[in-house]
Design a protein around this ligand. Structure first.
Ligand SMILES: *[C@@H]1O[C@H](CO)[C@@H](O)[C@H](O)[C@H]1NC(C)=O
Length: 265
């Protein structure tokens, strides 16, 4: 009797864990040939193993698909929706005006400064973006614009954004999605250790001399995009046998459009 009770006690946690387990997430294949299709979807080369598309698109069967989610700013087409439905979740300056990304019109900063806001933001962003990624054939999301704390100094802090990122990664993991940190090398190891990001997607790391800093945290679970041929060539030489590296045009236009640039190593 004593023995079997102990056995039940030992086995129970595993049974309940298995019962509760959802679709397990997987990492992108290390050093898989990558394509970055943010400006519009197209059929990738057959040798491509990993690709990123916008959250409004669909994943491609047979590939590892990463869904782009603008986690910390509004998408331009959604700005009116946010203003109508969740004005209190948008960051305002002291003069009451919304905080708009100077480089990306229509992208308003999300206000991550209170725990209540972070919970409310996750309750919006999860169903509005992450669920669709899970339903439309993606295996992961990448969460962009983590660095609003850097661009809204005195308002948002790194701690606010890490706390909010932690809620988003938990939400995505529960949906069976892996989660990539997008850029924001200044997080150091906190992105991996606290927010629980699984891999990193880094733009311009050769240009800004950050590639090794990311690899110190994520090892070879890294995808790198350069927009300049000379930096791309240098990065390929330094670490092309270890991680996924691509060259793209800055507007990431779809294949067939004028200005399209793609190379990989
Ligand atoms: C790429 O980078 C090199 C080295 O900094 C620079 O000389 C060149 O102008 C850049 N090319 C483009 C297209 O930006």
């Amino acid at each position: 009797m004593k023995f079997s009770l102990a056995l039940i006690a030992a086995v129970l946690p595993f049974i309940s864990a298995a019962t509760l387990e959802r679709r397990a997430w997987t990492l992108p294949p290390v050093n898989g040939i990558f394509d970055y299709q943010l400006g519009g979807s197209y059929a990738p080369n057959t040798n491509v193993a990993v690709l990123t598309r916008d959250s409004s698109a669909s994943g491609l069967a047979g590939k590892y698909n990463i869904c782009y989610v603008n986690g910390f700013q509004t998408q331009p087409q959604d700005k009116q929706w946010w203003q109508t439905n969740h004005p209190n979740l948008l960051l305002k300056k002291a003069n009451g005006q919304l905080f708009e990304d100077p480089d990306w019109p229509g992208e308003f900063f999300l206000d991550t400064r209170t725990a209540a806001n972070r919970v409310a933001l996750t309750a919006v962003m999860g169903p509005r973006y992450v669920d669709g990624c899970a339903q439309r054939g993606f295996q992961a999301i990448e969460i962009d614009n983590l660095d609003t704390f850097w661009r809204a100094p005195g308002l948002i802090t790194m701690d606010h954004n890490i706390a909010y990122a932690t809620l988003l990664t938990k939400y995505a993991h529960d949906k069976g999605l892996a989660v990539g940190q997008k850029n924001a090398m200044e997080l150091g190891a906190r992105g991996k250790n606290e927010a629980k990001f699984d891999f990193v997607v880094a733009e311009n790391c050769q240009e800004w001399n950050e590639c090794q800093d990311y690899m110190d945290v994520y090892g070879n679970n890294m995808i790198s995009i350069e927009y300049n041929r000379s930096y791309f060539d240098a990065s390929c030489k330094a670490r092309g046998s270890k991680i996924s590296i691509v060259l793209r045009d800055r507007l990431v236009v779809p294949k067939g459009k004028s200005g399209y640039v793609y190379d990989q190593c």
